[in-house]
Write a protein that binds this ligand. Structure first.
Ligand code: GTP
Ligand code: MG
Length: 186
């Protein structure tokens, strides 16, 4: 299962109740636990029955970083057939974490932890073993993703990176009606 941030640092003028909005995709094969991972994080709930998602799941959660409201839009998404396809999702302005769910089922493990570690090293992504069922590392994984995005935003804003600023005319993230953000304070 891979968590990807599709876009980041966007401000939508229609909703003033946040400083930044991050879009997060949860990608992985059917039954790996994408919905469960999302629901554990967003609602602190877990259902043992397997009801395969028709379409996509979607949740919104607002968190805070240094007095900034960050709205997370979290989607669960398409199947992932081969590990190499993870690269398909790692476009330039997305941050990716590799997540191995169901770590509570140690005896029935299909992917050795070494293999997970090796794959994440190969791909250059951080790797988390989690359990949506037992609520292990779920919040930590999302928090880490948010931190990585914030770090990347700060670096990119410092460098006036077009991947963040959106165009050459000025940083999108500083387009605030009442105040301006020259730096990400995340
Ligand atoms: P699709 O919607 O078909 O893509 O599947 P999914 O990836 O959303 O999987 P889902 O969250 O529906 O979970 C599949 C099954 O695994 C369900 O029966 C869950 O209860 C179970 N499951 C999910 N996470 C865990 C976990 O951490 N531990 C254990 N033991 N079971 C889990
Ligand atoms: Mg699902």
């Amino acid at each position: 299962m891979a968590s990807a941030n599709a876009t980041y640092g966007q401000k939508e003028s229609s909703d003033q109740n946040f400083d930044y909005m991050f879009k997060i995709l949860i990608i992985g094969n059917s039954s790996v636990g994408k919905t469960s991972f999302l629901f554990r994080y967003a609602d602190d709930s877990f259902t043992p029955a397997f009801v395969s998602t028709v379409g996509i799941d979607f949740k919104v959660k607002t968190i805070y970083r240094n007095d900034k409201r960050i709205k997370l839009q979290i989607w669960t998404h398409v199947p992932l057939k081969k590990s190499t396809q993870i690269k398909t999702y790692s476009w330039d302005n997305a941050q990716v974490l590799l997540v191995g769910n169901k770590c509570d089922m140690e005896d029935e493990r299909l992917v050795a932890s070494d293999r997970g570690r090796q794959l994440s090293e190969q791909l250059g992504f951080e790797h988390f073993e989690v359990s949506a069922k037992d609520n292990i590392n779920v919040k930590q994984t999302f928090e880490r993703l948010v931190d990585i995005i914030c770090e990347r935003m700060s670096e990119s804003l410092d460098n006036n990176d077009p991947a963040v600023t959106g165009n050459k005319q000025g940083p999108q993230l500083t387009e605030q009606p009442q105040r301006s953000h020259q730096d990400c304070a995340c």
